[in-house]
Design a protein around this ligand. Structure first.
Ligand SMILES: [Cu+2]
Length: 116
């Protein structure tokens, strides 16, 4: 009886360690590419530069750079304001169209969201 109660936590601990290792490996590999409907701000650029989504989609931007950027629509429809390192910004696109946007700090940073 006593051996059973001692052995169980050891198995649970082993399982926990294995799951933790698997989660750590999967989280490492998945952070290198943006998820669906996600744009990475990385290397002073938006990636992908053109993201195509369907109407009603919420797009998320994640800043992978060490400096602040903005996600600012050319027509003023949306504006993230400052998005710092590791910061995120989300916007829901409800109407079909092409939405060109840029970073107010870096004029070379331009991209677009195409909503179908
Ligand atoms: Cu920028």
């Amino acid at each position: 009886m006593k051996k059973v109660t001692i052995a169980y936590p050891k198995i649970a601990l082993l399982a926990f360690v294995l799951v933790s290792i698997l989660f750590f490996i999967s989280s490492c590999t998945s952070t290198n590419e943006p998820a669906a409907n996600e744009v990475f701000i990385q290397g002073m650029a938006f990636s992908p530069a053109t993201l195509t989504v369907t109407a009603g989609t919420t797009v998320k931007w994640t800043n992978k750079d060490g400096v602040a950027h903005t996600v600012t629509c050319d027509t003023g429809l949306f504006d993230s304001g400052n998005v710092g390192a590791n910061g995120t910004y989300s916007h829901a696109f409800t109407t079909a169209g092409t939405y060109n946007y840029h970073c107010t700090y870096h004029s070379s940073m331009t991209a677009k969201v195409v909503v179908n």
